[in-house]
Write a protein that binds this ligand. Structure first.
Ligand code: SF4
Length: 345
């Protein structure tokens, strides 16, 4: 790994920017649309205006590289059981009070150790590790957009699948370009309340909903995660609103993962989500018509198994990130033949 300060060589001109009067630049990558003055950075701290031009500082310098089961993303209806080459750079456009990865998300590439990895070499690493897929994950991939896009283009040429795990806070134009090269996405829908969204993340709700719709329209395989944080996002009313919106907008077959909160970062005084809250959320979602609803981060509850929405029999048994049994065949329920939404092979 390289030392924290060796960062200049990774700097690249940023995409999606507009020059303004007085050498200011507007970054149009995410809905913050930061107006950035000379030698200043945007909210994400990894896009900088240098002499009137906008640069990204996250190109080719990932701070995290790992191989994960795809179930960890979580993606439960996309090639179950595969390993995925996972990568991230420093930075994020959110400031989540509960960030589990704040040590890498709330910093900049020049402040932490990083690898020197071109997009070509990232793809090579995935292949050398016998993984036929790459995930941009751990931090927010939007803030390393140029690096992600180039890596995804090269990977796709070699038949490698591309996954993003994202907060969904990205403008439509960059998302449309990126979606040409994405096969699957897990989007964090943090809470169905704009005021709480702003308080919890520093972002807002509507752009995330817009991203869900765009990805669906672009036929990217989509799963959604909703972390239930006591005092913030776990109320029955918010869960009902979220499910209602999903149903009204055609997400009936999109897997929804309710995830258990554990105290972390700036929310250490809040208790973990109770099992009863997670079970109640699952019931609300299923009663509203969503077909595939999961409970994550709570072992022993069996909330991670895939159940046929028609005959109600178990099709995929999961323990943590391991597949114990899978009787989906050609995308159909092994018992009743119901079509199970997903990308299975
Ligand atoms: S990507 Fe960064 S600089 Fe660009 S608008 Fe978003 S927060 Fe601001």
């Amino acid at each position: 790994m390289n030392s924290p300060s060796e960062i200049d060589k990774y700097t690249r001109t940023a995409l999606f920017r507009k020059k303004l009067d007085g050498k200011a630049v507007r970054c149009e990558l995410c809905p913050h649309n930061c107006i950035i003055h000379q030698e200043k950075t945007g909210i994400c701290k990894v896009r900088i205006n240098h002499q009137g031009e906008l640069f990204t500082t996250t190109y080719g310098n990932p701070c995290s590289l790992s191989i994960d089961p795809i179930e960890k993303k979580p993606l439960f209806h996309f090639l179950p059981g595969i390993d995925i080459f996972s990568m991230a750079t420093a930075g994020c456009n959110f400031r989540c009070l509960n960030c589990q990865n704040y040590r890498i998300s709330q910093t900049t590439p020049d402040q932490i150790q990083h690898y020197d990895l071109t997009p070509e070499n990232a793809v090579q690493q995935a292949l050398l590790n016998n993984t036929k897929s790459i995930a941009f994950t751990y931090t927010e991939p939007t803030v390393f957009y140029e690096y992600m896009l180039e890596t995804a283009k090269i990977a796709h040429q070699k038949g490698i699948k591309i996954v993003i795990v994202s907060n969904g806070y990205i403008n439509k134009e960059p998302l449309l370009e990126l979606s040409k090269y994405i096969d699957a996405a897990n989007i964090d829908l943090k809470c169905f309340d704009d005021k709480i969204y702003r308080q919890l993340t520093g972002g807002s709700l509507q752009p995330v909903l817009d991203t869900l719709i765009t990805l669906k329209e672009r036929k990217v395989w989509l799963e959604i995660t909703n972390l239930l944080i006591p005092e913030y996002s776990e109320s029955k009313e918010k869960i009902e609103k979220l499910c209602k919106w999903l149903m009204e907008n055609g997400f009936e077959e999109t897997p929804l993962h309710f995830s258990r909160f554990f105290p972390t970062y700036k929310l250490t005084s809040i208790s973990p989500t109770t099992a009863s809250t997670l079970i109640a959320a699952k019931e609300i979602a299923e009663n509203s018509g969503l077909k595939y609803v999961y409970i994550g981060n709570l072992p022993g509850l069996h909330g991670e198994n895939t159940i046929c929405p028609h005959c109600k029999k178990m099709l995929i048994e999961r323990r943590a990130y391991e597949i114990m049994k899978n009787i989906i065949s050609d995308g159909l329920c092994g018992f009743c033949g119901e079509l199970i939404a997903g990308i299975w092979q």
